[in-house]
Ligand binder design. Structure first.
Ligand code: GLU
Ligand code: ZN
Length: 490
C-alpha cells in the first residue's frame, strides 16, 4: 500500500495530559482508523529538564483508558523503533552532521548577548528582528578565530530566501515570507538536538504522511517544510507530509484554554466519572461536527464519518455544561450491567462514605436503573445512593431547614401511619400513602413528600422517592421517620 496514511501523536511527557492533547490524539486516531491507516505514537522526550517518567506513564495510561490505541509506539514497538526520542540521539547527530556537511546548516557562534543586542537594534530600526544571518557565510579564517576565542557554536538551519507556500488541510493555502522565518537553531552548543530538528527528522524517518496538530505549532511548519526539502535532497526523507492545524480551544472568558487551566486537565474528567466515550464524543466537537442536528454519537460512528478536511479553522469553545450533558447521554446508552460496573469505583473507598460491609448489592442493583437515567457524571452516584448504605442518612442542615416547616411533624406522623399500613411491594401504594397524608393536611404531593424525603435520605433532591423507599425497606424507612420526629420534638 504505497499511499497508506500514517499519522503520529507525539506528546512531550511534561505535566498532566490535558484536553487539547486528547483532542489532537483523537483526530489523528480517527483519521487513521477511518482510512485503515497507521497510528504512530512517539514520545518527544529530548528535554531532560522538563520530561518525567511519571508523565510518560500517565500518557500511556490515559490513551489506554480512552481506548485510543496505537499501531506503532512505546511498548508496542514497530519497524521504526525506538519510539522514544531520548533513545534516538545517534540518529539526530547523524542527520545534523549531514545537514552541516551539505551546507544546509551552519555553525553559529553568536552569543546570547550579541543576539539580544542586534535584535533590539533591529526592532528599534523597524527591521525584522529574527536571526540576521551573521554566521551564514563565515570564512574558514573567521570560524577558526571564533573557535580560538573559545566561543561555542549552535547548529543553525539555513532557510531558503524565497517564500514557502503550502496547503494546510484545515486552513487552505498559506504563505510565509523569508522575513518571517529566519534561520533557526537545531542543535544546542552542548550537542543536544532541539525539537526543531528531531520532530521533522522522526516524521521523515517514520514516513508520516499527515501531520495533524494544534494551531500553536503553525509557525514551525514553514521551517519544517524547508528542513524536509533538505532531508529529501540528502536522501533521508521521501516526501513532505500534508499538514493540518487544528483550531485553538477557548476556555472561560474567551481566552485560550491553557495547559495549566484546571478545566483542561484530563484527570479531572476521569475522576469526576466521565465515560471515555462521552468525553471523546464531546472533544470531537471541538473543531468538527458530526451532522447539523446530531451531537451525540458513538466513537465507531465518529470514525465512520471523520475526515480531517471537514475540520473547521475557527477557534472552538470548551463548554463544560455541554460536555456533561453529552456524557449523561452516553451513561444512558449503556446497558444496565455496564452501567453498574462503571459505577463500581464510586461505591468504594475513598469515594463511598459507608462501611464496606454495609454495602448491599441487591439494593444497589435495584436502585441502579433509576440512577442511570439521572446522572451526568458517574461520581454523582455516591450521593444518590448513600441513603441505602449509611446507617443514618446524611445530615444536611440546608435540606433540613428547607423541608421541615411548621406542621411537618404532624404531616410526618400521618405519613408514617399510612406508610405502615401500605403495601410495601408496590411504589404506587407508598405514593398513595404519602398523597393521602398530604390531603389530610391540605398539601399537594410535592410538598408532602419533601419532609419524608429529607427524613429518609437526608436531602431534598434525589432519586424517585417511592422506589427509593421500597428498596430501603419498611423497617428502616419508618425508623428514619421516627428519628426525624424525635429531632423535630427536641
Ligand atoms: N512534542 C510536541 C508537542 O507536544 C509535538 C508537536 C507536533 O505535533 O509537532 O508540542
Ligand atoms: Zn551567528
Amino acid at each position: 500500500m504505497a499511499n497508506a496514511i500514517r499519522v503520529r501523536f507525539c506528546p512531550s511527557p511534561t505535566g498532566n495530559p490535558h484536553v487539547g492533547l486528547v483532542r489532537t490524539a483523537l483526530f489523528n486516531w480517527a483519521f487513521a482508523r477511518h482510512n485503515q491507516g497507521t497510528m504512530v505514537f512517539r514520545i518527544e522526550d529530548t528535554d531532560a529538564a522538563r520530561d518525567s517518567e511519571e508523565s510518560y506513564e500517565q500518557l500511556l495510561d490515559s490513551l489506554r483508558w480512552l481506548g485510543l490505541d496505537w499501531d506503532e509506539g512505546p511498548e508496542t514497538g514497530g519497524p521504526h523503533a525506538p519510539y522514544r526520542q531520548s533513545q534516538r540521539m545517534d540518529i539526530y547527530k547523524d542527520v545534523a552532521d549531514k545537514l552541516l556537511a551539505g551546507g544546509y546548516a551552519y555553525r553559529c557562534y553568536c552569543t546570547a548577548t550579541e543576539l539580544d543586542e542586534r535584535r533590539e537594534a533591529a526592532r528599534a530600526a523597524g527591521r525584522p528582528s529574527g536571526y540576521d544571518g551573521t554566521c551564514r557565510d563565515l570564512t574558514d579564517e573567521q570560524k577558526a578565530a571564533y573557535e580560538a576565542e573559545g566561543r561555542e557554536a549552535i547548529v543553525r538551519f539555513r532557510m531558503p530566501d524565497e517564500p514557502i507556500t503550502f496547503t494546510d488541510v484545515v486552513r487552505g493555502e498559506l504563505t510565509f515570507t523569508p522575513d518571517n522565518v529566519p534561520d533557526y537553531g537545531i542543535v544546542r552548543a552542548n550537542g543536544a538536538p532541539l525539537y526543531t530538528l528531531v520532530n521533522p527528522v522522526d516524521d521523515a524517518l517514520m514516513e508520516i504522511t499527515h501531520v495533524l496538530r494544534g494551531e500553536d505549532l503553525l509557525s514551525s511548519t514553514p521551517r519544517q517544510i524547508a528542513l524536509y526539502k533538505a532531508l529529501i535532497e540528502l536522501g533521508v526523507a521521501k516526501d513532505v507530509p500534508v499538514f493540518g492545524h487544528l483550531p485553538y480551544v477557548m476556555g472561560e472568558g474567551n481566552k485560550k484554554l491553557s495547559k495549566r487551566d484546571p478545566q483542561a486537565s484530563l484527570n479531572i474528567y476521569r475522576e469526576r466519572g466521565f465515560l471515555p466515550e462521552g468525553l471523546l464524543n464531546y472533544l470531537s466537537l471541538l473543531g468538527w461536527s458530526f451532522s447539523a442536528d446530531q451531537d451525540v454519537f458513538t466513537i465507531p460512528e465518529m470514525v465512520a464519518k471523520f475526515d480531517i478536511a471537514d475540520v473547521n479553522a475557527n477557534p472552538a469553545r470548551f463548554d463544560l455544561k455541554k460536555a456533561e450533558s453529552i456524557n449523561g447521554d452516553h451513561i444512558r446508552m449503556l446497558d444496565v450491567k455496564a452501567f453498574t460496573e462503571a459505577c463500581e469505583p464510586w461505591l468504594r473507598a475513598p469515594h463511598a462514605p459507608w462501611a464496606p460491609e454495609d454495602f448491599d448489592r441487591a439494593a444497589w442493583e435495584a436502585i441502579a436503573p433509576h440512577a442511570q437515567t439521572r446522572l451526568t457524571v458517574l461520581s454523582e452516584i455516591t450521593a444518590n445512593v448513600d441513603f441505602l448504605f449509611l446507617k443514618e442518612p446524611v445530615q444536611d442542615e440546608a435540606s433540613w431547614q428547607k423541608a421541615m416547616k411548621e406542621g411537618s411533624d404532624a404531616l410526618l406522623r400521618t405519613a408514617r401511619a399510612k406508610l405502615e399500613a401500605a403495601d410495601w411491594t408496590s411504589p404506587e401504594s407508598l405514593k398513595n400513602a404519602v398523597l393521602a397524608a398530604g390531603e389530610e393536611h391540605g398539601l399537594k404531593l410535592g410538598k408532602a413528600q419533601a419532609p419524608v424525603r429529607v427524613a429518609v435520605t437526608g436531602r431534598t433532591v434525589g432519586l424517585p422517592l417511592f422506589e427509593s423507599l421500597e428498596i430501603l425497606g419498611k423497617e428502616r424507612t419508618l425508623a428514619r421517620i421516627d428519628a426525624a420526629l424525635a429531632k423535630l420534638a427536641s
